[in-house]
Design a protein around this ligand. Structure first.
Ligand code: NAI
Length: 338
């Protein structure tokens, strides 16, 4: 069957017992939507992560092929594939981290909100499985519209009695990755040296880069601020248009998802000082969900950091972001309660 490695199936588990179970160290990670445009490179990069001992790949199509392929990489993680709804629970049992890139992506002319009807249902089903099979797992939610799918996931977990706001994180890391890249270009710096906080949410004007807080400290002209804000907010749309119907960002997203998942795993391991931006249940503003810098630790989100001093431009941007976010959050909650 596709959910066991070939060696496990043919030789039994005796000699390879410890390895086949994933050994005693390392984390167990599931990717839901693992055969998709994001899922495949994400699976490949997670297989390369030394913190991962077991990697479960779940999708409604094509997981046997992706699993066979990835499982031949000579890195430590044991890879198992799970195909179709009837194998969802088996895929989830015992997981420490569940990453969700399942769902349809945008085509040219679509907003992330246009994906709502299909992806909301997918996220709901997957989260019901998580509540049942691995209620303590950290969840990294990538499926769009993130501004609404995270509130939906929270409602599912609340209904199941398993909601822990520290463990549910909407992935906005691609906005940070883009911001770092574009700001580095303007400043003539190496992108790895640049750190741009991006707060709010993950769609259009809700993506709010805090250019006044860039590290290393620097200043921008108004023209540069307008250019960078627009480029960061519309980075996803640029990719959707360039792919011309073949999907949205997948490779840079897989990179960002792995960067974020690795931070979550280092937090779980107990590393100190791990801070990343994520869209979480929050009291930073009056909204119930908001993306901002969070400190990650053994229990997930251990601290939500304040936004810090904003300039006038950012304060105006924040008001616009909050207005749109409020609607997207309400839409998610209403979907669940309908
Ligand atoms: P894709 O269509 O290439 O892959 C999606 C995968 O999900 C497919 O393999 C499909 O079979 C699978 N799937 C569908 N229904 C499922 C279900 N019920 N259970 C499990 N798997 C299911 O799409 P792609 O490009 O990988 O994008 C996935 C999602 O990620 C989209 O919603 C997209 O908008 C979102 N996204 C989010 C970003 C972010 O920054 N948070 C950035 C880019 C994309």
């Amino acid at each position: 069957p596709s959910n066991h490695s070939q060696t496990e199936g043919l030789l039994g588990l005796e000699r390879g017992n410890c390895r086949a179970k994933g050994g005693s160290t390392g984390f167990k990670v599931a990717i839901l939507g693992a055969a998709g445009g994001i899922g495949q490179p994400l699976a490949m990069l997670m297989k390369m992560n030394p913190l991962v001992s077991v990697l479960h790949l779940y999708d409604v199509v094509n997981t046997p092929g992706v699993t066979a392929d990835i499982s031949h990489m000579d890195t430590g993680a044991v890879v198992r594939g799970f195909l179709g709804q009837q194998q969802l629970e088996e895929a989830l049992i015992g997981m420490d981290l569940v990453i969700i890139p399942a769902g349809v992506p945008r085509k040219p002319g679509m907003t992330r909100d246009d994906l709502f009807n299909i992806n909301a249902g997918i996220v709901m089903t997957l989260c019901e499985g998580i509540a049942k099979c691995c209620p303590k797992a950290i969840v990294n939610l990538i499926s769009n519209p993130v501004n609404s799918t995270v509130p939906i996931a929270a409602e599912v977990f609340k209904k199941a009695g398993t909601f822990d706001p520290k463990r549910l994180l909407g992935v906005t890391m691609l906005d940070v990755v883009r911001a770092n890249t574009f700001v580095a270009e303007v400043l003539g710096l190496e992108p790895r040296e640049v750190d741009v906080p991006v707060v709010g949410g993950h769609a259009g004007v809700t993506i709010l880069p805090l250019l006044s807080q860039v590290k290393p400290p620097c200043s921008f002209t108004q023209k540069e601020i307008d250019y960078l804000t627009d480029r960061i907010q519309n980075g996803g749309t640029q990719v959707v248009e360039a792919k011309a119907g073949a999907g949205s960002a997948t490779l840079s997203m897989a990179y960002a998802a792995v960067k974020f998942a690795d931070a979550c795993l280092r937090g779980l391991r107990g590393d100190a000082g791990i801070v990343e931006c994520a869209y979480v249940a929050s009291h930073v503003t009056e909204l119930p969900f908001f993306a901002s810098k969070v400190r990650l630790g053994r229990s997930g989100v251990e601290e939500i950091q304040p936004l810090g001093p904003l300039n006038e431009y950012e304060r105006v941007g924040l008001e616009k972001a909050k207005k749109e976010l409020a609607g997207s959050i309400q839409k998610g909650i209403s979907f669940f309660n309908k």
